[in-house]
Ligand binder design. Structure first.
Ligand SMILES: Nc1ncnc2c1ncn2[C@@H]1O[C@H](COP(=O)(O)OP(=O)(O)OP(=O)(O)O)[C@@H](O)[C@H]1O
Ligand SMILES: [Mg+2]
Length: 383
């Protein structure tokens, strides 16, 4: 019984914007949506039929949540293995717990990738003081020390320019399990978002090019301006990873491309990804609808783009620095689509929304989305 038809109830663990856009897609296809997250009035909860406020580690709440739905999926992957196991006892859970355990832990992730012969930056494990010197010997400088778990938007990582700084950096990260990784000279970053169904059928959106500002995704452009062979390799790696994990749902792989032309896997996200927000407007089927179709056992939709180029610019809390953004000025460009996530306090660095533009070329789309973002605010632009 793998088909979960429209009219059924989908449970989303997590309450952020990824769940919000997933819930919008699910509602459009006639599904009911329940969400569980620790906060009230979450971006997902505002769209869902039912919002449950509980810690992800509250196993009684997770059990009740799972019992009330037909399938559980995720918009937030840092849920404990115990909570996932509890959900799995009472509902179908997609993607599977093993995929989460690998993707939520940088060392598991890198070991999995290396064991599958996939390229990653040189790295070493740091668990105790004795590991520091050994890790530095393997990786050298410049490097970056990252906590093994719970990092996002560049949080939980410190760049190491000098071997003597490693010990104090580890101290600053709370002496938590960490990975020391070579800091690469990057030409660009790309991501590939794939969708894999219950029977192993597979689809992808093609490489998207990502520019970061202060370690937070700033602008994504599709398709990425990379050689065809690089694009094909990135797509193939994504397919191989999803097959190896027997993954059902949507997964994103972030890749580094170095100045000397190497393609390396940065990290996996076992869910829709910020770089795929543009698919909502730019593709026949969005990453969110694709996730819904995959986890409900429906055929995957066409990922084709509606125009040859698309771009997305994130709107962080800083956009509010000069007061309420001038929404009308951005929307005066009639090809601009505005998405806001229903968050009430625009803190610096907080993802509040995004803009999307489709155009005849990726470069035109990028220029246009940046123009729209500039129109929003007189505060200094993050790029
Ligand atoms: N080894 C590296 N060499 C060069 N740049 C790096 C390296 N590691 C990270 N970065 C830069 O920092 C950004 C964030 O790193 P990473 O993806 O590991 O962090 P994160 O906090 O998990 O981010 P998120 O989950 O938001 O993608 C990367 O996209 C890249 O721009
Ligand atoms: Mg990342």
């Amino acid at each position: 019984m793998s088909l979960i038809p429209p009219g059924s109830t989908v449970g989303v663990l997590g309450g952020g914007q990824l769940g919000r856009m997933f819930a919008m897609a699910a509602r459009r296809l006639g599904y009911r949506v329940h969400t569980l997250a620790p906060d009230h009035d979450t971006p997902t909860g505002q769209i869902a039929d039912v919002e449950i406020n509980a810690s992800y580690e509250d196993l009684d709440a997770v059990r009740a949540f799972a019992r009330a739905v037909d399938v559980v999926t995720f918009e937030f992957e840092n849920v404990s293995a115990d909570a996932v196991a509890e959900a799995e006892k009472h509902a179908i859970v997609r993607p599977n717990g093993r995929s989460l355990v690998i993707a939520q832990h940088r060392l598991n992730e890198k070991s999995f990738l290396a064991a599958n012969g996939l390229p990653v930056a040189p790295f070493a494990t740091v668990r105790c003081d004795a590991d520091l010197a050994a890790a530095m010997k393997v990786v050298g400088c410049p490097s970056v020390l990252k906590t093994a778990t719970s990092g996002y938007d560049g949080k939980g990582q410190i760049r190491i320019g000098n071997a003597d700084d490693l010990s104090s950096a580890w101290e600053a990260l709370g002496r938590r399990e960490a990975v020391l990784e070579a800091f690469l000279d990057l030409a660009c970053e790309i991501s590939v978002i794939g969708a894999r169904g219950v029977g192993g059928e597979w689809s992808h959106f093609g490489p998207i090019e990502n520019a970061h500002a202060r370690h937070i995704l700033d602008v994504s452009v599709s398709p990425a301006a990379v050689p065809a062979a690089t694009a094909a390799t990135a797509v193939d790696i994504t397919h191989r990873v999803m097959d190896a994990l027997d993954f059902v749902g949507v997964l994103c792989i972030e890749f580094f491309i170095t100045r000397d032309g190497r393609l390396l896997v940065n990290e996996l996200a076992p869910r829709p990804h910020n770089s795929g927000h543009l698919t909502f407007d730019a593709c026949r089927t969005s990453q969110f609808e694709q996730q819904l179709r995959a986890v409900c056992g429906l055929p995957l939709g066409s990922p084709d783009m509606l125009l040859p180029g698309a771009a997305m610019a994130n709107l962080l809390g800083e956009i509010w620095d000069g007061g309420e953004p001038d929404w009308a000025a951005a929307l005066a460009l009639p090809d601009v689509k505005l998405h806001l996530y229903g968050k009430s306090s625009p803190r610096p660095g907080r993802k509040m929304g995004h803009l999307t533009v489709l155009a005849a070329t990726p470069a035109d789309a990028r220029a246009r989305v940046l123009e729209a973002r500039r129109a929003l605010s007189r505060a200094p632009s993050p790029i």
